[in-house]
Design a protein around this ligand. Sequence first.
Ligand code: AMP
Ligand code: MG
Length: 453
Amino acid sequence: MSGDRLLSVEEARDAVFAAIEGPTPLEIAWLSEARGRVLAEPVTSPIALPPWDNSAMDGYAIRATDVGVATDDAPVRLEVIGEVRAGQAPDVTVQRGTAVRIATGAPLSPGADAVVPVEATTPLDATGAAAGPRGRDAAGPLPQAVMVHTAVPTGGSIRPAGSDLVAGSRILDAGTVLTPAAIGLAAGVGLDHLSVRRRPVVGILATGDEVRSPGRDLGPAGIPDANGPGLVAMVEAAGGDPRVLGIAKDRLEDVKARICAGLIEGADALIVSGGVSVGPYDVVRAGFEAFGTVQLWRVAVQPGKPFAFGTGRAPADRIPEERPPALLFGLPGNPVSTFVTFELFVRPAIRRLAGHRDDDLFRPRDRAVLAGPVTKGSGRRAFVRVTVERDDQGTPRRDDHGRVHASLAGGQGGQGSHVLSALATADALAVIPETDASLAAGAEVELWWLDRA
Ligand code: AMP
Ligand code: MG
């Protein structure tokens, strides 16, 4: 893994994956806190939906044969022998020539095989006179009888038991990200909690004598910490549970103490930004080595050098349980490099820890054509930040080949690894292969969509 040869992006990523022993342990989440969580186990429905035959309409539960000849000109009279409301068990049986008033969602009365909607009926009083207009509000007083003005098919306006789901059917797969609809489904079959993966705990440490908390006085040579808060947001968006470890000075003792604090807190992964070069004040590698093994990787990617990766543990006497070692990521300090290396190597690792399926670890890919030329160093794969042309609905425009149009965010000058302003406008990363030192306008490239939220 070391040596002078540059690693490909895939080799580096596979090495990260190889260090992951498995997803985080499972825990129980109440539905009220389950959105965005990843299911740890498949979910089967304990009940059928609907649980019993029920009415799809407000109307009358009847026998279809009784109204087989009913028309507007020659309606059929049925005696109303009772009522069944939503939430109530039916207590009368429909027999020939009778009807039971029924509400939407109420269990179908025994004996009935169809529901005629209230709109196709006229209520009658005890004398046989109309007790109200045709289609009178189904919530009025129970009429003595009804005229039915239309035939209905057997099964009409009935939602049969199990027509949505049969009991025992699998409704959600392990690895599913719980959307509002998935939570509604789980609730709809009567579940109040689900078994999910614990969100991976990810410690975040910025380093640099010049780096200051945003809002603090910068003095003559300080810069605000872009990476700490940026990484917190990225970890959160990736489904992790970020823990802020502050800003370390470029001193081994400070870096070590904060890494140790993160490990003791139970981090599944630590991300340290800056201080991974081989300069005299770059102490992150040594800081990691105090707790495990790390390697300084030279990955054939732009931006993204240098990059350190390894695994480590809290001192044995400080953390009781035996748990897999934490992943240790040392990302380059330039904010754009931090962002891109997070995208390439850290985000997929967090998602794997979080229990996402293998086909759901990476950004959605697309095809794009470049609106203008792009130059870069050869021998490295470049991940350039691009904006995508959109119509006034916000939908990306596509050409006849289905490709979107990508322009460099902030122009060629926006691609420097320190240029934060262009990064924030980017919709996507465009991938410029190792083999090309430059690409002309119109060249087709792979695109990785980024979050817009
Ligand atoms: P380093 O990787 O520590 O050599 O830092 C590379 C560049 O990134 C330097 O210009 C640093 O000032 C800058 N940098 C490092 N950490 C941060 C940070 N947290 N926020 C903004 N810029 C940073
Ligand atoms: Mg530094």
